[in-house]
Design a protein around this ligand. Structure first.
Ligand SMILES: [Ca+2]
Ligand SMILES: [Ca+2]
Length: 137
């Protein structure tokens, strides 16, 4: 017998809330801000933050109790701003979207995706390295 399908909520999210291009360098050791946007059907206060995971490797948010709740996009509904350590996410060059997922305190799983730009832009030493490598052979 098949398990009863559980409805999955799909809230809006915004990777890098202050950027439209959502550039992400997969080699960075920095933090990636991700906003979970609340609306009438999805209240960020209901999110069980211990269940939050992000990216192919299922990174947990950086701070245990964290997440900053405020109305980020000024639409009248509270939003939740999270930070994930980029090396923990497992996001690789060429990945075109990133999806946080989790469960609400009411037991409703949710998953939402946003587009990301992981195009690799080589630093100068990268080209120097390949030039040197080619010269050796
Ligand atoms: Ca964005
Ligand atoms: Ca909002």
């Amino acid at each position: 017998m098949a398990a009863t399908p559980v409805p999955v909520a799909e809230p809006e999210i915004d990777v890098r809330p202050w950027s439209r291009r959502n550039r992400l360098n997969p080699f960075s050791r920095g933090l990636l801000p991700v906003a979970l946007l609340g609306d009438e059907e999805f209240a960020v206060a209901d999110v069980d933050r211990s269940t939050l995971r992000f990216g192919p490797d299922g990174a947990a948010p950086k701070h245990r109790r964290h997440g900053f709740v405020w109305d980020l996009n000024r639409d009248g509904e509270d939003d939740l701003l999270l930070h994930f350590r980029i090396p923990d996410t497992g996001i690789a060059v060429g990945d075109g979207e990133a999806c946080p997922e989790g469960v609400t305190q009411g037991g409703v799983p949710f998953r939402a995706c946003d587009e990301i730009d992981t195009t690799f832009r080589a630093p100068w030493w990268w080209w120097l390295f390949w030039w040197w490598f080619g010269w050796l052979h």
